[in-house]
Design a protein around this ligand. Structure first.
Ligand SMILES: Nc1ncnc2c1ncn2[C@@H]1O[C@H](COP(=O)(O)OP(=O)(O)O)[C@@H](O)[C@H]1O
Ligand SMILES: [Mg+2]
Length: 264
């Protein structure tokens, strides 16, 4: 089950002939026996308890599981907001610890549930990374267009935007660094259903346009089922199940997965 995500191989039968084309999809993110503990009330408590799995390049993986199961912690290891106690995290085949951190964070974009807008205009927010590096963001309008926002918002104060617009600016700001991997942490949870659906649609459009690899934490099971090829179910700091999404939602392979889906 978990192994099926390692070195994913797709078999395509070619139009009625006996030829089989093998397509090898490399992993964009690989976790190998990842362990992470936190000191809680003076006691070292494991949050991730030996996670192994791979996110195939260009795929969307939904990461679901009860609150406190370690989903956000797993994402934080991918762009070195946190480091693992043991085990390895590989990004595009290279250990995160060997990446130049600026380059890593440019390549691996993280968007949170609550979009943080910095003081100033939408343009100021969009071009933050470039400004910090002493460069200029080329064609800022195009990033607003990528998330379905009108370009005349560029000179508006970012604090005046609605929640859904802020989340789309947060997404556009990450896109402006041209990431090949997006880590999305419950990005639609704080939005009303219509804004949530809008943000979801724009993420899918971005994925379609740029073949971005996405590891998407969501507590909305319908969203997980709609958006992803693979579903990872985490519980108690373990990756309990990593299954093709269609299969997970029809016939989960574990009792824990089945109980979770039935709301228990
Ligand atoms: N910075 C931290 N300091 C201490 N404990 C933490 C920290 N981050 C996470 N934890 C612990 O790890 C557990 C899992 O957290 P998290 O990864 O945020 O879970 P999830 O995103 O699945 O809700 C939490 O219950 C918390 O106890
Ligand atoms: Mg979380």
């Amino acid at each position: 089950m978990l192994n099926s995500l390692h070195n994913t191989i797709n078999l395509h039968m070619m139009g009625g002939r006996d030829t089989i084309a093998l397509t090898f999809i490399p992993a964009a993110i690989t976790f190998e026996h990842v362990v992470k503990s936190f000191s809680i009330k003076g006691e070292l408590t494991p949050t991730l308890n030996g996670i192994s799995g791979s996110v195939p390049k260009g795929n969307i993986v939904s990461l679901i599981g009860p609150s406190g199961s370690g989903k956000s912690t797993l994402l934080a290891l991918c762009n070195l907001l946190l480091t693992a106690d043991s085990g390895d995290v590989l990004i595009e085949g290279k250990n995160v610890l060997e990446w130049n951190i600026t380059e890593l964070r440019r390549n691996v974009g993280l968007v949170f549930q609550s979009p943080t807008m910095f003081p100033g205009t939408v343009l100021h927010n969009l071009s933050l990374a470039q400004t910090l590096q002493g460069s200029t963001l080329e064609n800022p309008e195009s990033y607003l267009t990528k998330v379905g926002l009108p370009t005349n918002l560029l000179h508006r104060d970012a604090s005046d935007l609605s929640g859904g617009q802020k989340q789309r600016v947060a997404l556009a700001r990450v896109l402006a660094t041209k990431p090949s991997i997006l880590l999305l942490d419950e990005i639609t949870s704080a939005l009303d259903p219509s804004a949530a659906r809008d943000v979801e649609e724009w993420v899918l459009q971005i994925h379609k346009d740029h073949q971005t690899t996405i590891l998407w934490v969501t507590h909305n099971l319908e969203q997980a089922e709609r958006v992803s090829q693979w579903t990872w179910f985490m519980a108690g700091g373990q990756l309990v199940e990593a299954t093709e999404t269609k299969q997970f939602f029809s016939t989960p392979q574990t009792k824990e997965g089945m109980l979770f889906l039935s709301g228990q």
